[in-house]
Design a protein around this ligand. Structure first.
Ligand SMILES: O=C(O)CCC(=O)C(=O)O
Length: 213
């Protein structure tokens, strides 16, 4: 599916890269609240229609992560599931994850790898990775290898394309081994009532459609 044309997306990517080349930012949390282009991206028509086909008419954004993999940096994302973290758990029937390619995402620059069918096992135990990188510590599924998995399938996408995933699907990405920067936007979409929050955590939602918020 397309969330934007490849030419417009590539132009946007060039701007993002120019803006962050000096600080080499790797992760921007809630990019849809910070950047106008990302606020448009989360409600791009083809993407939103596909999301509504999965979770119904009323849709909100629970979270976004913009991830930049700069050339020469060690930045693998461990095997994980998007629908669970220490603050909350998403009902898989009422939520869906999207990954939007802002640059081309290839097997060499760190496109997503997924384990087909892994959602069927439900949510698994996670632990925090040990990285000391300023981008923070990601969550990883217990017992998974730190690198490739024999059952993994790679999901290369062109800039402007997007994929949807079950929020329990186990996925990861590798470091970028090319000379260019790879950028992706991860979005968690929810329908009303999708979030089971841990004690003391109140999720803040960014409603796109519907009125039950
Ligand atoms: O952009 C990436 O490389 C990984 C993103 C991802 O898996 C996530 O944010 O859940």
């Amino acid at each position: 599916m397309e969330w934007n044309t490849s030419s417009r997306t590539r132009a946007r990517a060039a701007e993002i890269i120019a803006g962050h080349r000096a600080d080499q930012t790797e992760v921007v949390r809630d990019a849809h609240l910070l950047f106008e282009w990302a606020a448009y991206a989360v409600c791009s028509p083809e993407l939103l229609t596909a999301v509504q086909e999965v979770i119904g008419e009323a849709v909100a954004v629970e979270n976004t992560y913009l991830m930049l993999k700069w050339p020469g940096r060690d930045f693998p994302v461990p095997w994980h599931q998007d629908g669970i973290n220490p603050r909350m758990q998403l009902d898989p029937e009422r939520s869906v994850a999207a990954w939007l390619a802002v640059t081309d995402a290839t097997t060499r620059n760190g496109c997503l790898q997924v384990i087909p069918g892994s959602h069927a096992a439900g949510y698994l135990d996670h632990h925090r990775e040990e990285s000391e990188a300023p981008r923070g510590k990601a969550l990883g599924v217990e017992g998974m290898p730190s690198g490739p998995h024999e059952r993994a399938v790679w999901l290369p996408l062109d800039a402007g394309q997007a994929s949807l995933m079950d929020v329990r699907l186990i996925h990861r990405s590798d470091s970028n081994t090319t000379a260019g920067t790879r950028i992706g936007l991860n979005i968690r979409y929810v329908a009303p009532g999708a979030i089971r929050a841990s004690d003391g955590h109140s999720p803040s939602l960014y409603p796109l459609t519907g009125s039950d918020w």
